[in-house]
Write a protein that binds this ligand. Structure first.
Ligand SMILES: Cc1ncc(COP(=O)(O)O)c(C=O)c1O
Length: 375
């Protein structure tokens, strides 16, 4: 069976919407069946389920070059970032959180929620489809506790210059949180090389699984000084100590976890990550680059308004086009069997390794048919 054949949706649809949800593979479907079998046959195999939690921790660590002890497995990116926020002190001089204009709403909302705990949120504005580095430099100072940035913006596909921003932040003694949800699984991402202090990402997009699971990386040197007040029994040094009179957080990043994990999602996530790793992120990056290159070239040739920067080093797997009636365009494309999505008046096209140039041609032909909504 070819790789593409492992994703049955392509028998009926041209699916190019991985920025929203990765396509379902037989592998992930089989993982869900396995969950039901285990539950049916063994009743309550908690040891296996806790082992699967650990397997997820190891798998994600491997994907981003972290140590398993630096990974918390959380229910969502929001849960991980909220637990992290609860461990940061905003009462002193260093109370600023610098947030980019490219953040997914949940990130901005969580930092704004911390104003009740003394945080001051500073927004770095965008200049069209980019955020000039100088604007980060202007915003980051000795009072900055954290710089919170998205690797690739979910609205327009722009990729930020992470090493340059990390350099600016560290020079002023600020920490950096990277939201890699729109990149993890599409390109190599190495936390040690990027030198970020925290990283979040989840399973349901380019990691090919389903909702209910995300990961938080915390650089190990920071762990002893970070004591989350958002906690639970899965965050304890000994999960099964079952002692409600004490709170003894795990020495590693598990201290950012909370309660019972989403067990079905643990099966699915592992299958998704294994599939991504069996192909290899370098190869995926090359294939995605070819596909996004063809989308950009075809769109520009037809006079469509490309929102994403043209330079492949300045975007991720997501390419966006301006449309003045984007909801209608998404609907008409869906009627022709082409699944894409929209945000903010932008048509979002997000290929993964399972797409091919025939998908891109089909999409471009269909967009040409509906050109009136694009120019
Ligand atoms: C960049 C980015 N961050 C975060 C999220 C969602 O996070 P959560 O797992 O909290 O729903 C998304 C989902 O679309 C996203 O694109």
């Amino acid at each position: 069976m070819s790789l593409r054949e492992r994703f049955p949706i392509f028998q009926k649809k041209t699916y190019i919407n991985s920025c929203s949800q990765g396509a379902l593979s037989f592998d992930v479907q089989q993982a869900y069946t396995q969950y039901l079998c285990d539950w049916q046959e063994e009743g309550s195999p908690w040891e296996r389920w806790v082992a699967l939690l650990e397997a997820n921790r190891h798998a994600f660590a491997g994907l981003v070059n972290a140590e398993p002890d630096e990974i918390a497995v959380t229910a969502s990116v929001s849960a991980g970032v909220s637990a992290l926020a609860s461990a940061l002190n905003f009462r002193g001089e260093r109370n600023k959180v610098v947030v980019s204009d490219f953040e997914f709403p949940t990130i901005g909302q969580i930092w704004h929620a911390q104003t009740a705990r003394g945080a001051q949120v500073v927004q770095v504005p965008a200049a069209g489809n980019t955020i000039p580095l100088e604007w980060f430099a202007d915003a980051i100072d000795e009072r900055t506790r954290l710089v919170s940035i998205s690797h690739v913006c979910y609205r327009n596909g722009s990729r930020l210059d992470v090493p340059a921003i990390v350099e600016l932040a560290h020079r002023k003694g600020a920490l950096v949180l990277l939201d890699g949800y729109q990149t993890i699984g599409t390109m190599p991402l190495d936390v040690k090389q990027l030198q970020v202090d925290f990283l979040v990402g989840g399973t349901l997009k380019y990691l090919l699984a389903s909702a209910g699971l995300a990961y938080l990386y915390v650089r190990k040197e920071l762990l002893p000084q970070l004591q989350p007040t958002s906690s639970g029994w899965f965050a304890q040094a000994n999960i099964f100590a079952m002692d409600h009179r004490t709170h003894t957080p795990a020495p590693n990043a598990r201290r950012f976890e909370a309660g019972t994990p989403a067990v079905p999602a643990l099966y699915a996530a592992l299958a998704g990550i294994k599939l991504v790793q069996s192909i290899g992120v370098e190869r995926i990056q090359a294939e995605v680059r070819e596909l996004t290159g063809a989308i950009k070239a075809g769109a520009m040739r037809r006079g469509f308004n490309l929102v994403t920067p043209v330079d492949p080093n300045q975007h991720g797997a997501l390419i966006t086009l301006r449309s003045h009636k984007v909801d209608l365009l998404v609907k008409w494309l869906a009627e022709d069997g082409i699944i894409v999505s929209s945000r903010d008046g932008n048509l979002r096209i997000s290929p993964h390794f399972y797409n091919n140039l025939a998908d891109v041609d089909r999409l471009l032909d269909c967009l040409t048919k509906h050109k009136a909504l694009l120019v």
